[in-house]
Design a protein around this ligand. Structure first.
Ligand code: ATP
Ligand code: MG
Length: 438
């Protein structure tokens, strides 16, 4: 319905907006409206930049709705790193056809980029980097930047390479502008270059950007040959995606993307399998409780505190787990630190458990007017807290060790193990003092 689309924007006004704003509009529209808008942008040669700003998966979906000629034209005007990300989301057949019809130089560049896994420095980089020979003067280097500014990913840094394209040094635009014009750049370049190996994982790339605060970093192969450049904006995109992914996974949405206004059936499909898996996991707690049915029917008031014990074990485990998962993500701890972490969590669990045990012990004693029940509840909660802190801290490391995603699996498993510890401790103690408690 073109009329309806028309109401939501004025094309001539959109053309003046930042591509990122246009990208937002494209994402907000319904698919057929977005495709319609994309066509209009294409006719005004303004489709490439907004598509480059969109999530590659979404952009690929829209592009696939255009005809091949339109799609190829748009792709050839996108930055190569964005174009490669988008192509990576399309079916292999389509990619092959598009590449065969793109201009040879462009196609070769994209093929090279597509060879790097998307979650590596090579997958993030743009090949359009300024590489200069060492004998150039500062003046000539600036002229070279001016000549190639249009295609360069950034003009802020120039890299100096030898005849084999091996990285020798780096200069910032400021270095070049402030140098006397005739100075050879090899005299002013910085030789201690921070660079990224092409196969470096994006999380590590993000850490390096965070540490050194450059606007861009060069990517090199194993022989230190300059391959391309990663700019900080691309790294920010990755960090946001990784953070959302982790958040959704910790929250038990393994499929990633689940937006508040997505169709209900779609959300159910993403969430239900995981929930059903958790039912099975929780059956272990259920069968444990069945084992104690005798004591529960004998001392019905015991049942009142079972949810609390189970819940608190989950809470304590979540805290320890979040600290562990975050520490792993930040790279400040790994597998080898596990003994020290466990020792720390034992002490945390003991002290926190002491506080919690006193609290619930007092409440239970007063509420049920049975001091012994207060002691049982207090000891059970204290013991549970220690167990939960230990499990919460250990499980992410164990999962990582055996190759499972710690963010995804740890939460439910740690809380279930916590439940098992808490409930069995609580009910065993109750059973032990069954005569005195009755
Ligand atoms: P401005 O901060 O005003 O943009 P600048 O020259 O200070 O200009 P920065 O990005 O702060 O630019 O870089 C500081 C210095 O680090 C520059 O001299 C630059 O040559 C150097 N540099 C840039 N990239 C690297 C790198 N990858 N490894 C080592 N040094 C680098
Ligand atoms: Mg600076």
């Amino acid at each position: 319905m073109p009329e309806k689309v028309e109401e939501r924007y004025q094309l001539h006004e959109l053309l003046r907006r930042h591509p990122a704003d246009v990208a937002d509009l494209l994402s907000a529209l319904r698919e057929e409206e977005a495709v319609e808008l994309l066509r209009r942008l294409y006719l005004r040669r303004a489709a490439a930049a907004p598509l480059g700003e969109m999530d590659p998966e979404e952009a690929a979906r829209l592009l696939a709705e255009l005809n091949r000629d339109e799609a190829i034209h748009i792709l050839s005007h996108m930055d190569p790193d964005d174009a490669a990300d988008l192509l990576a989301e399309l079916p292999v057949e389509t990619v092959r056809e598009i590449l065969s019809r793109l201009e040879a130089r462009k196609a070769q560049m994209l093929r090279a980029l597509l060879a790097y896994p998307p979650n590596t420095a090579g997958g993030l980089m743009s090949p359009e980097v300024l590489a200069l020979p060492p004998h150039l003067s500062a003046q000539e280097a600036i002229e070279e930047i001016r000549r190639r500014a249009e295609e360069l990913e950034t003009v802020y840094y120039a890299y100096v390479v030898d005849e084999k394209n091996r990285l020798l040094g780096v200069l910032s635009l400021r270095d070049l502008v402030l140098a006397r014009p005739e100075t050879p750049i090899e005299q002013i370049m910085n030789r201690e270059v921070v660079s990224l190996p092409a196969e470096m994982d994006v999380e590590e790339v993000a850490r390096i950007f965070d540490k050194y605060n450059y606007l861009a970093l060069p990517v090199v192969d194993k022989e230190n040959r300059l391959l391309g450049i990663v700019t900080v904006d691309d790294v920010m995109d990755v960090m946001r995606e990784e953070a959302t992914e982790d958040l959704l996974r910790v929250g038990g949405i393994p499929a990633g993307e689940d937006l508040p206004l997505d169709p209900p059936l779609l959300s159910v499909r993403r969430r239900l399998p995981w929930l059903m898996g958790l039912v099975l996991l929780n059956m272990s707690v259920a069968s444990l409780v069945r084992h104690f049915e005798g004591i529960i029917s004998h001392l019905a008031f015991v049942a009142a505190l079972m949810p609390l014990i189970a819940d608190m074990s989950g809470n304590a485990a979540s805290q320890a787990l979040t600290v562990a998962v975050r520490g792993m993500a930040l790279g400040v701890v790994d597998w080898r630190d596990l003994p020290r972490i466990l020792w720390k969590e034992i002490r945390v669990g003991l002290l926190a458990g002491l506080g919690l045990g006193l609290q619930i012990g007092l409440i239970a004693a007063l509420l049920w007017r049975k001091p012994l029940f207060g002691v049982v509840a207090g000891v059970a909660l204290a013991g549970t807290t220690v167990g939960a802190c230990l499990t919460g801290a250990a499980i992410p490391f164990l999962f990582k060790r055996i190759g499972l995603d710690p963010a995804m699996m740890s939460g439910p498993v740690a809380t279930t193990v916590g439940d098992l510890i808490g409930i069995s401790l609580f009910l065993s103690l109750a059973a032990l003092f069954r005569a005195q408690l009755a």
